[in-house]
Ligand binder design. Structure first.
Ligand code: UTP
Length: 289
């Protein structure tokens, strides 16, 4: 079944990038000249997704403004004859059908996904974590959708991470079914190293079937007293209903200072306006380190 709906949970508190994220949501921190969440929306659109629900909370109204028309700005650009930027702004406001819902209480990623139950109805849907930007030739979520179309099971986007990150993310038990595709048979959120299954972790993308909702509604709160999406996906995994794909793009964690810097460097190096000059600058300072 073709996936056309996606959820972007963006209601987290962003405590790891304070004070930058105090008044500006971390999802709105910029990578060169676009906020992080726009890269994520563009990835979803490139994979054929037409309807996106962004889960927000108090203080995240600027996300709504960003994907809306800015009448005054557009009029000014038109008057000044800056048609290129005018087109860029109009395109941003027309990327997809974007809807918003508030999570009200920050009770975890699982709870944020549960807010989307009425939006998705009976259809399978994509989840793109609002602080995970994935850059690559193919949209990462499209790679997951292909696995879902082939096998019909829920799918997570995975990669290996070092032990120090694994304990902050999740650990997966896997069986390879060919190339970069796996059956996920078990998983654990924020494991102790003694509990890890492998160094593969879920990184920011999943495609889920509707059977995730009754599980989310019945499981207890997990690590950090939050409703953990991993705990619900673990039930699917143990039931033989979960797969994983090692996606091809590079993932950047916008909830972490180093991740923000790395994303900016990568995008800047390939930027048509500043790429060459930035490369020169980088070589120059790298030579002096
Ligand atoms: P994180 O655990 O990275 O978000 O969740 P956080 O709570 O903002 O992180 P800290 O405070 O820096 O550790 C991953 C994604 O899930 C969203 C976040 O916005 C982020 O995009 N999320 C998390 C929600 O939408 N609601 C929640 O209750 C928790």
């Amino acid at each position: 079944m073709k996936i056309t709906k996606a959820i972007i949970p963006a209601a987290g508190l962003g405590t790891r990038v304070l004070p930058a994220s105090k008044a500006v949501p971390k999802e709105m921190l910029s990578i060169v000249d676009k906020p992080a969440i726009q890269y994520i929306v563009e990835e979803a659109v490139a994979a054929g997704i037409t309807d996106i629900l962004i889960v927000t909370n108090r203080g995240k109204g600027i996300i709504e403004d960003h994907f809306d028309h800015s009448v005054e700005l557009e009029a000014m650009l038109e008057k000044r004859g800056n048609t290129e930027m005018l087109q860029t702004l109009k395109k941003t406001a027309n990327l997809a059908n974007i809807y918003f819902i508030r999570q009200r209480e920050t009770k975890g990623l699982g709870d944020a996904v549960l807010r989307a139950k009425n939006f998705v109805g009976d259809e399978p849907f994509a989840v793109l974590y609002g602080d995970d930007v994935i850059l690559g030739e193919k949209p990462a979520i499209g790679e997951l959708c292909e696995v879902h179309e082939k096998y019909g099971k829920s799918v997570v986007g995975i990669k290996t991470v070092p032990d120090e990150l694994l304990v902050k993310y999740s650990s997966l038990k896997l069986e390879n079914v060919g190339e970069n595709v796996f059956n996920v048979t078990d998983m654990i959120e924020k494991p102790k190293l003694s509990e890890k299954f492998s160094n593969y972790s879920v990184l920011g993308r999943c495609v889920l079937n509707g059977d995730i909702f009754p599980i989310l509604e019945s499981i207890p709160f997990g690590v950090g007293n939050e409703l953990q999406l991993t705990d619900a996906m673990k039930v699917l995994a143990q039931d033989g209903k979960m797969m994983g794909i090692e996606f091809s793009g590079k993932r950047f964690d916008m909830g972490n200072k180093l991740g923000i810097l790395k994303a900016n460097v990568e995008v800047a190096l390939n930027h048509k306006e500043i790429g060459e000059e930035f490369k020169k600058y980088l070589k120059d300072i790298a030579g002096k380190l």
